[in-house]
Structure formats: structure tokens, C-alpha cells
Design a protein around this ligand. Sequence first.
Ligand code: NAI
Length: 254
Amino acid sequence: MQRFQGKVVIVTGAASGIGEATARRFSDEGACVALVDRNEIPLANVAADLAKELTIAHVADVSESAATQAMVETVVRRFGRFDVMVNNAGIFEGGDPAEITDAQWRKVMATNLDGVFYGCRAALPHLEKTKGSIVNTASVSGLGGDWGMSPYNAAKGAVVNLTRALALDLGRKGVRINAVCPSLTRTGMTSDMMDDEELLTKFAERIPLGRVCEPDEIAAVIAFLASDDASFMTGANVTGDGGVSASNGQPPQQ
Ligand code: NAI
């Protein structure tokens, strides 16, 4: 498929995991892709694999409003238009709520929530011109709670509802916005968990498809949501969770 030929896409958090897979997917489908991350060397390594004339690597911290604005301006200057914003960069913070520090709380909110809003706001004037779209990476952790993950749950829950609210405000401007809600996915963020057989077994028991997700599988959902194939979808929080959120929470009986 070449759904994005002539389109310009920004993917944040593109140096690793879901963002990397997403940047590769858009590139494979013919897009000009701006890969954004605060982690310079891995970002350059991913970008080096993609079509040279159609790719830029831009180092930025999405939790900084001015940096996010500059990111969009750089991309529009380089490619002359802007069609798809993928707000994907994210970090994890969790623990016993009584022990979570102010700094931990601010850190996760700054990237996982503020960064998503800054990305949407900076993209908007350009997406209005191209009737483009936004995809946010939320999480099943934004649809329900997890044990010991309150800051992350709060930030992702806010992204889920931000996506709905912006869909109302942007619809008449011709801009669609949706979110993908993955469950446990094999990425840099979860690499420690992937070596823990006991933990993976526990997860597999609660995932109807019986396994963790691969980043390409989320990239495919993101590309779908950004494409004209999803032309009547906006304000949706689409799960890519192997069926986790289909459960009411009761444990398996067999
Ligand atoms: P990852 O750690 O492999 O990749 C995240 C990338 O974001 C890294 O390259 C990191 O340098 C970059 N990043 C972090 N903070 C940044 C900032 N302030 N500015 C610019 N870049 C920044 O993690 P993964 O799993 O690929 O995460 C991508 C998104 O998927 C995140 O929003 C995460 O919360 C979400 N997610 C991940 C799940 C998983 O199980 N891996 C499940 C559900 C959602």
C-alpha cells in the first residue's frame, strides 16, 4: 500500500519501539517522514535506514512547548506541507502512590500529556490547510486502572479524553483526531518485562490472544487511523490490545 505518497508525517518518539515501527510504516507507504525524539543517536540510526530525500531526524523534547512548535515549523519549511501528526513519545512512571515524588508526577505528565497537547496545538494550523489528521498513542492504561501505575494511568486517561474533546473542536475544520490504545507491547519501555518469563505468563493468561503485542501491529493501526481508510473516524480510542479490554476483569476459570 502507498497511502501516504506526497503526504508529510511527524512521528514523535521515533527512535524506539512503537514510534520507530510507525515511522518505518509511513516511510514504506511513501510518506515524507520527520522522525522526532530527544534521544539523538538512536534517532539518527533509525532515520539512516529510511529514504534519504523523504526523511528528516529532528531532536526535540516534546514536553517543551517551544521545542514542539519549532519542530512543526522545521518540518513545514523542509517539506512545504504537513498532513499527519503522530503524538507517540511517552515514558513510564509508577509505584506506591504514597511515595511518588512531585518530580515523578510532573515528569510523566510533562511528556505523556503536555507533550501530546503541544503537538496537537502546533500541528493544527497546518492540518487545517491539508485536512490532515492526528493520531495519539494512548494506552489500555488510559481506559482503566492498573496496580501501581497511577501517574501513567492519569496521563493516559487524560490523552483518551483529550482526543475526544479535540475531535469535537476540530471536526468542522476537517481535521480528524484518534488515539490507539495498546496493551503490553515489546519495546524499549518494556524490555525488562520481556526477560521475565513469570510475568509474561501472567500477562498471557489475561490477554485473549495469549501473547504480547509487537510494535508493527500498533504501527499498522496508527497508519490506518491516519489514512483515508478511516475518513469517517474521529474521536475514537481504538484498542490494539489482543482483547484485554474485552474482559470485565474477572480471572480465567480454565
Ligand atoms: P520506547 O521507550 O521504546 O519509545 C519511546 C520513545 O520516546 C523513546 O525513543 C524516547 O526517547 C522517546 N521520548 C520519551 N520522552 C520524550 C520526550 N519528552 N521528547 C521526545 N522524545 C521522547 O516506548 P514505546 O513502548 O514505544 O512507547 C511509545 C508510546 O506507546 C508511549 O506513549 C507509551 O506510553 C505507549 N504505550 C506503550 C506500551 C508498551 O507496552 N510498550 C503500551 C501502551 C502504550
